[in-house]
Design a binder for this molecule. Structure first.
Ligand SMILES: Cc1cc2nc3c(=O)[nH]c(=O)nc-3n(C[C@H](O)[C@H](O)[C@H](O)COP(=O)(O)OP(=O)(O)OC[C@H]3O[C@@H](n4cnc5c(N)ncnc54)[C@H](O)[C@@H]3O)c2cc1C
Length: 74
């Protein structure tokens, strides 16, 4: 990012709707690559969207993860 672009993005805010993988990734990228401040709005009481860890009868289970990511290592 050029200095001019950096100055232009300073003090700017991005509203992100949903704290699923897409929203959290967008917020992370904005935080690490720009000076734009992300604010994530999530309607539920949890983060992760349909791809998260739930607690069922004391057991932690991952939802919506039936296949490995291309980056996953065995
Ligand atoms: C059975 C199953 C298995 C899967 N397995 C894999 C896998 O192995 N590997 C893989 O990479 N992907 C997998 N996926 C896909 C992956 O889970 C999804 O692609 C991913 O969760 C999509 O993320 P998202 O952030 O776009 O949406 P979501 O996960 O749906 O998150 C959206 C979020 O936005 C919130 N939201 C919605 N509307 C509003 C609103 N108006 N205001 C505030 N918040 C709002 C929701 O509450 C939710 O938290 C699987 C999916 C399923 C169903």
């Amino acid at each position: 990012m050029s200095q001019e672009q950096h100055i232009q993005s300073a003090n700017r805010t991005a509203m992100i709707i949903g704290a699923g993988p897409a929203g959290l990734t967008a917020a992370y990228e904005l935080l690490t690559r720009t000076s734009i401040r992300p604010i994530v709005l999530e309607r539920s009481s949890y983060m992760g969207g349909i791809s998260r860890t739930i607690n069922y009868k004391g057991n932690r289970m991952d939802t919506a993860a039936t296949a490995s990511s291309p980056r996953a290592t065995v």
